[in-house]
Write a protein that binds this ligand. Structure first.
Ligand SMILES: Cc1cc2nc3c(=O)[nH]c(=O)nc-3n(C[C@H](O)[C@H](O)[C@H](O)COP(=O)(O)OP(=O)(O)OC[C@H]3O[C@@H](n4cnc5c(N)ncnc54)[C@H](O)[C@@H]3O)c2cc1C
Length: 435
């Protein structure tokens, strides 16, 4: 059952260390588990990787959609130049070129009620002179509006975004709200203010390159997941799919046995476990673990058009203010729409959602409102944990009470929101603790 890395075996006669002869069992082949596997196999550790689903990628994956006759992603994923852990992961597996970058740091927006359009254009370097240039910033904004970012830095751990901003201002609705709802996947009345600060600091605080948008060139699986699987397979590490960890037997301060139902795997001295599963599964497997409990949904609508639309400056995305749609992403002739913190929409029929969002898309991209193009709605009910102060306080660290078991996943305390960057960073940390 165990899929192992061949590399340690090949060099076993050449003075290999004790650690290299033992196995790290990684549970979950989402980005956190894959990042951990890549780091450990790269460090010549023997790795066994288990995934309950028939595919890798977890919440970040692509699939063939017959209604559109093409592969689509479970949801639009925006990555940024500031995502250093992600870029390190892609460099390790030789897949940085599988991302496509916006030509520069540009973020076009349209405000539907007013028809106003503008493009944010942060400048290079750390001195943010773009804030002095009205054509590069939000219409009718003042320099002082942007310095309200410091409210996030000063925010108490229990403060929500709505506690530290006046959410009724036009500037908040045009600038902060779309950004924060997208990053935190939580409505601003409930979202943690302090969790947003590192994002603002690491992007707008660092200049244009850090703000540059990246998207998966050929889809999430082709860009972020398949290259890792190929890289691992080339080194003898093939994940075991359909392998759901059912329980862990503990002996004193150690995990002693992994129970996959059909098979039990005894852990040898020196073996380790990286548990890279979502919080509800982690809590089942590790009784007593404190972890976030609430979640927020993301709804994505994918439309296949007759021709590929384009956005100003070649941007892959467009922000929508004042609509139901929040962000539009373009990939060829597929237009995909994101609605974050979309729990209120979960029970709506897919066709109603498709029609509602298409009205926004047609207006934003100046396309015909009728007929409704071929579409597919994807509802990710538990897209991320609810990033409220109370739930953030429940994030555990990577270490557990068990000396040979560590946690990974976007929900553990990485200091970052639940994002790809957080997931990869958590995987790197887990690998570091296992080396
Ligand atoms: C619709 C949507 C849009 C998003 N947009 C963005 C975005 O724009 N930018 C961004 O940075 N992030 C975005 N995210 C968040 C990003 O996808 C996640 O942060 C990241 O994928 C989490 O990876 P993970 O490995 O921590 O968890 P998961 O992807 O949940 O991986 C956990 C894995 O463990 C497996 N598993 C569970 N139980 C077991 C078990 N008992 N045994 C074995 N395996 C098990 C699961 O099947 C899964 O594959 C988005 C998420 C969604 C859903």
């Amino acid at each position: 059952m165990v899929a192992e890395c061949a590399a340690p075996c090949q060099c076993a006669g050449a003075g290999v260390t004790f650690a290299a002869m033992t196995t790290v069992h990684i549970i979950g082949a989402g980005l956190a588990g894959l990042a951990s596997a890549v780091r450990l196999v790269g460090a010549k550790r023997r790795v066994a990787l288990y995934e309950a689903a028939p595919h890798a990628g977890g919440r970040c994956r692509s699939f063939y959609e017959p209604a559109l006759d093409c592969r689509i992603d479970n949801g639009n994923h925006l990555m940024l130049g500031a995502n250093h852990a992600l870029m390190g992961y892609l460099d390790a597996i030789g897949a940085r070129d599988r991302l496509s970058a916006a030509p520069e740091a540009i973020f076009p927006y349209v405000e539907l009620p007013s028809g106003k359009r503008w493009t944010l254009r942060p400048n290079g370097g750390r001195l943010p002179w773009w804030l002095l240039v009205p054509s590069r910033r939000v219409p009718d904004s003042r320099l002082v509006d942007y310095f309200s970012a410091l409210n996030l830095k000063a925010a108490a751990a229990h403060a929500t975004v709505a506690d530290v901003f006046d959410t009724d201002t036009t500037f908040f609705k045009r600038f902060w709200e779309p950004l924060m709802v997208a990053v935190l996947n939580t409505e601003v009345e409930a979202a943690s203010a302090s969790l947003m600060w590192p994002v603002v600091d690491l992007t707008f605080g660092r200049g244009a390159e850090a703000c540059r948008a990246f998207v998966a060139r050929d889809g999430l699986s082709a860009s972020l997941i398949d290259p890792a699987l190929e890289w691992l397979a080339a080194r003898g590490c093939v994940p075991r799919f359909g392998a759901r960890l059912r329980s862990i037997r503990f002996h004193g301060a150690r995990a002693a046995e992994l129970d996959f139902g059909a098979e039990r795997i005894a852990l040898e001295a020196g073996d380790g476990v990286v548990l890279a599963v979502p919080p509800p599964r982690a809590v089942e497997l590790l009784p007593g673990l404190t972890a976030p409990e609430e979640t927020r949904a993301i709804v994505n609508a994918h439309y296949r058009l007759d021709r590929a639309p384009a956005l100003p400056g070649g941007s892959p995305l467009l922000g929508i203010i004042g609509g139901t749609a929040q962000w539009i992403f373009l990939r060829g002739d597929v237009v995909s729409v994101t609605v974050s913190a979309a729990d209120a929409m979960l029970d709506d029929p897919a066709d109603d959602i498709a029609a509602l969002l298409w009205a926004d898309v047609a207006e934003a991209l100046d396309l015909a409102p009728h007929p409704l193009p071929r579409h597919r709605i994807v509802k990710e009910r538990r897209a991320t944990f609810a990033q409220t102060p109370a739930q953030v306080a429940r994030r555990p660290g990577a270490r557990t009470d068990y000396v040979n078991l560590v946690l990974a996943g976007d929900w553990i305390d990485t200091g970052l929101p639940a994002t790809i960057e957080g997931a990869v960073k958590s995987g790197d940390t887990a690998a570091e603790l296992m080396r």
